[in-house]
Design a protein. Sequence first.
Length: 256
Amino acid sequence: MYRYYHFDLHPSAPFYPEFRVHGQPVEVSTAYGDVNGDGVPDHVYLTAIKPSDQGSPFWEQITLMIRCGATKKLYTIALDSIANAGYNPTVFLGDFTKDRIQDILIRIDSGGSGAFTYDYVYSFVNNMARKLFDFNLYNQQNQYIVTYLDGYKVKVVSPSTAQTYIIDISGRSTEYLSSIYASNGKLKAPIQGNADGVSGFYPVDMERDGVYEIQAYQRITGLYHADSLGYMINTLQWNGLQFVIWQQWLAIFGNS
């Protein structure tokens, strides 16, 4: 599934991936920790290429690199082509799977109007990469039904958890409400809102036991994309096979 390249290089020797666009790959985010389980800290980092516009914070061909601390072998893990370019690529190490071996969390900002993020979690136990979390699959599995109701309410349904949330929007401006409701509080016409994919992805140790959970934020919107109603926040926990929703709540914006 993954492409690996093994190199026996001196630790100080520079490494550049074979593909090159508009210049040399550079190291853009770095972390140190034991990710393969041999007890020796490894060098885990992301490389990327700056496009021709040097003034832009945008990066291309973002790639995960792991140098084994014990053998100095270098492993390259290519990210999906849909998510190997963006802004502020970062790598974080932490134990998400309760095996006391650090896993690898990658986050990349898309830079689009929706502020989406490209997010992955990898295990590298025994020098074998295994993808534990993929933002694309998560977004497909966690969508929401957003429906305006009579009485200045918005209903948000989470099919994946069978939970329903009600947002009171009676505090919104008269202009906003009058465009949706008649004077008796009845909808003038059926209206559906929307929910974005992941736009926030944060490691958190909720139980303070040294094992990380993940908080994934998805924005809930109303009449148009900039009409933010709140965020669906799912706290994800590893169950031995996959990340599952452990806690879920809806965070409301002050003007909702």
